[in-house]
Design a protein around this ligand. Structure first.
Ligand code: F6R
Length: 484
């Protein structure tokens, strides 16, 4: 890119700014470029395409970063640069232009983020801090939205588009990784409460397919960072085809938040640990609220169930605190099972995506091969793997699938697999069968994943630590996947 810009400068006998503009009209792919001309060292030229770029505005200085977290130590005023824009920075001036050399007015945003949010605050790792923050982050997510007394959910982005949402022909959840798992939980919830058909798509597959999208389709794009390249391209594609895009994003001002027609932030605060934890529970809380709001407007939920679920959501932060109190016991289990070569995670219904998420957490943090499966799929293949040395984690809280999952557990025990079961208080059957149990508070089955995922996060964390790995920076992984 540098050689190309230099060539343009020579051939056109122009300055750096003009040369960059010409170059950017011709290059393809995703990039952030920051340039300093040695003949003009007081000016920085920066641009982006596909990858994030934030400029912090200080006193007589500017800061450039891919997200706001490293900047908040210095300033809370930032400008998010868009694709096809050029930022020309001098010590006390910021000029924004499009590639046609027209000046644009920079939109200065105030960051609502404290420095403490990006420090470890006495915890050994960001991942542990973020797991333990969940009572507060979920509370923050519900605050100002959920009002149990009045029986209301206030979400401006949803309310303003309620007609489109409740009349959607179908909803497509688009996301990657952990956010995709949140989409899977949401599929069950939206279909149950709103009676709208839902599909859940990996952004990386969706963007390369030739998907059938119609006007009246609603895309829910779920992303912690709001910068995942595959998700961005996928929703741009859907948008071109007339779909309505609703973003469920954590990072305020991020690309997905800006591309979406409307959205709801998950308000989990900065997530620094590479493995996503509090963002996931925040996504679930937001998605439940959106589903409840649509269902209420659409008349697909009765008043009693609606109020029950509102109360259940309201009680989640306190119940999460109770789950976190189990961490010493989960740490012991981690030490017991840390040398496993493989692990299987099984769940049914709302807890099936939690099994996938548990397996993903274990893989990325402890490098133990793990598979998540719907428990009933075992008999179609994976049961062949079960032997004495295989830990099988069951997410088996009390729900409408409970009896079924107990028979799946019996199948594993009959083959001498080791069963670790996450169960609800008051379950007196599973403790008689399982090798180890993690007992969490009871909750409505629709809400249960917000609680049942926490032991999964803690188990992966403590196993990773017990194996001596740097859990905040697992190998080969990046926090924001801004490449294809
Ligand atoms: C897993 C994890 C990743 C992300 C995925 C999507 O712990 O962090 O799987 O969930 O890369 O990222 P976002 O949500 O930022 O789009």
């Amino acid at each position: 890119m540098l050689n190309f810009i230099e060539d343009i400068q020579k051939n056109n006998n122009c300055g750096l700014e003009e040369a960059v503009r010409i170059a950017l009209r011709r290059v393809v792919g995703a990039y952030v470029i920051v340039l300093l001309d040695k003949d003009n060292p007081d000016t920085i030229i920066a641009a982006r395409k596909g990858s994030p770029l934030v400029i912090g505005i200080g006193k007589g200085e500017h800061f450039l970063a891919s997200d706001a977290s490293p900047i908040i130590e210095y300033t809370k005023e930032v400008v998010y640069v868009n694709d096809y824009e050029l930022a020309i920075l001098k010590a006390d001036e910021i000029i924004l232009k499009n590639l046609g050399n027209e000046k644009l007015t920079p939109y200065i945003q105030k960051l609502d983020m404290e420095l403490a949010a990006i420090e470890k605050g006495g915890y050994d790792h960001f991942m542990l801090k973020e797991i333990f923050e969940q009572p507060d982050t979920i509370f923050d997510c519900l605050r100002g939205r959920l009002d149990v007394e009045k029986g209301t959910i206030t979400m401006a982005g949803i309310q303003q588009n309620i007609e489109k949402l409740k009349n959607a022909n179908r909803i497509i959840m688009i996301a990657c990784g952990t956010s995709w798992h949140a989409g899977l939980v949401a599929e069950y919830i939206f279909e149950e409460l709103c009676r709208i058909p839902v599909e859940v798509e990996y952004a990386s597959e969706f963007r390369y397919r030739n998907p059938v999208i119609h006007q009246g389709d609603v895309i829910i794009a779920i992303s912690q960072s709001g910068e995942t390249a595959d998700t961005i391209v996928a929703i741009e594609k859907a948008k071109e085809n007339g779909a309505f895009i609703l973003g469920v994003v954590n990072v305020v001002g991020s690309s997905i938040a800006r591309i979406s027609h409307a959205g709801a932030y998950s308000h989990a605060g900065p997530e620094i640990g590479v493995a996503s934890t509090k963002a996931f529970t925040g996504q679930l809380a937001v998605l439940v609220m959106i589903a409840l709001k649509i269902a209420k407007e659409k008349g697909t939920i009765d008043a009693t169930r609606y109020m029950h679920l509102l109360n259940e959501l309201h009680n989640v932060p306190e119940k999460v605190k109770e789950v976190l109190e189990l961490s010493p016991g989960i740490r012991k289990l981690a030490i017991k099972y840390k040398d496993a070569k493989d692990a299987l995670y099984l769940g049914r219904g709302y807890n099936f995506p939690v099994a996938l998420e548990g397996a993903l957490k274990l893989k990325e943090i402890s490098y133990i091969h793990a598979e998540g499966y719907p428990a009933a799929e075992m008999k179609h293949g994976p049961i062949a793997l079960v032997e004495e040395t295989l830990p099988v984690v069951f997410i088996a809280t009390k729900d409408s699938y409970h009896e079924k999952i107990i028979s799946n557990m019996q199948e594993i025990k009959a083959r001498r697999g080791k069963v670790i079961a996450v169960i609800s208080h008051g379950d007196d059957i599973i403790p008689k069968m399982a090798d180890d149990t993690i007992v969490i508070p009871e909750a409505d089955e629709l809400i249960a994943p917000i609680l049942s995922v926490i032991p999964m996060q803690l188990l992966a964390y403590y196993i990773g630590v017990a194996k001596g790995y740097d859990v905040d920076k697992p190998r080969n992984l990046a926090k924001s996947v801004t490449v294809e």
